[in-house]
Design a protein around this ligand. Structure first.
Ligand SMILES: [Zn+2]
Length: 144
């Protein structure tokens, strides 16, 4: 009769396991219902954020586009020789080809600008280079 005892035992433990699993399913169902209930609010919040990002993206894109147009417009006004020189300088000087004059000195290398060069610079009709670092100098009437 040992065999029947064993089968009984197996049957009981299987039933216990079944009850346990049913309990887990019940818990999972309740969890799912809670999540489904909060989903619309979360989705709406997410959509709202996405909308904000898209708006920001659009305004950045349009700013970039108008800046690009402005650059092309200004570039067209630069004589080709000066432009080539500028591009050469940009590459040579690690992107810093034009520097402001601050306290009558080059903002990049801090060497004093000769008074004659300063005069030419203030008139603003010719390109003036720093004697020391050879960058193009820029006279800002607001801050120099
Ligand atoms: Zn310099």
């Amino acid at each position: 009769m040992n065999e029947i005892d064993g089968v009984d035992k197996l049957l009981r433990s299987t039933e216990d396991r079944l009850l346990e699993l049913e309990g887990e399913i019940e818990t999972a169902r309740a969890d799912l219902a809670t999540r489904e209930a909060s989903l619309p609010a979360e989705t709406a919040e997410h959509e709202e954020k996405l909308k904000d990002w898209r708006t920001a993206q659009r305004s950045i894109d349009s700013e970039l586009e108008s800046a690009g147009k402005e650059i092309r417009k200004l570039e067209a006004q630069i004589p080709p020789r000066d432009r080539a020189e500028f591009i050469r300088l940009l590459e040579k000087k690690g992107g810093l080809a034009i520097v402001r004059v601050i306290n009558n000195s080059c903002a990049a290398c801090h060497v004093k600008i000769r008074p004659a060069a300063l005069q030419i610079l203030k008139v603003g009709r010719e390109i003036v280079y720093c004697d020391s670092c050879k960058r193009i100098l820029y006279w800002d009437t607001q801050t120099s």
